[in-house]
Design a protein around this ligand. Sequence first.
Ligand code: GDP
Ligand code: MG
Length: 303
Amino acid sequence: MNNGTRTEKRCGYVALVGAPNTGKSTLLNALVGSKVSIVSPKVQTTRSRVLGISIIEQSQVIFVDTPGIFEPRRRLDRAMVRAAWQSASGADLVALIIDANRRVDSDTQRIVEGLRENGRKSIAVLNKIDIVKRSSLLLLTERLNEQASYEEFFMISALTGDGVGDLSSYLARAVPPGPWLFPADQISDMPLRLLAAEITREKLYLQLHRELPYSAAVETESWQEFDDGSVRVGQIVYVQRPSQKAIVLGKGGQRVKAIGAAAREELMTILDRKVHLFLHVKTREKWIDDPERYRDLGLDFDA
Ligand code: GDP
Ligand code: MG
């Protein structure tokens, strides 16, 4: 018997919110099955809203990865936090991502309160279960239950994929019935130039760790496609001070070469073609106060 409900299409937005470093971007990539958001052990690498689109059963689930929500101090911080809350308020469902390896810290606490005020329908996702004890998961669940009500709890490891399948099936059923908003093969709304810049930015963070402040920026300034299928990508790495430029370049340019090689390799995998990547490092003191940069990132300068 076919009453039509089993083939009914669904589509909706799910916002991934949480404190910085809880694994939102890692989870987004796992849900989408491809790298759409950059990941790093350094906090606040996701600067603006990133969409990842996944087809699960008959549903198109549009995930919104957000910058972490934390206590903002600087202008860039304020803009990022504003962007995160805006994504949450526009979504059909909010998934609060919690690092199960940490306690409910003040950042998470603030988000829980914010969600309660907004009256958003939310689920709690305890991430990183690959590195925590079962008993502490139960305690954490109890704590969260005392503070707010969640539709559902999930315990996952975005890194190993453990529990991610259950979470996706749930989300496929949780989004409302409706036509798909994006073509079936689209996995992100991010232009390739921007994705390419994000990939290089990730390699910068991964290779330089704490040596580089998070104010470093990468822009793709040229993108040339050739008849043989290859592409030439030119990017500028902006830093704020000459001393930072020296760090990015490394001895005899070795560091920037290694960063470029790692970024190029990943770009080749994603684009599935030959890539020539050229990086230039420039000093630009004031970018963090430049309204145009905020627009490029989709952030509100006056947040
Ligand atoms: P975001 O700031 O919330 O987007 O967090 P990221 O996705 O950038 O991840 C922050 C760090 O946590 C990275 O070093 C990830 O590799 C790590 N991470 C994310 N998910 C897991 C997980 O399930 N298990 C473990 N052990 N580490 C994780
Ligand atoms: Mg992130």
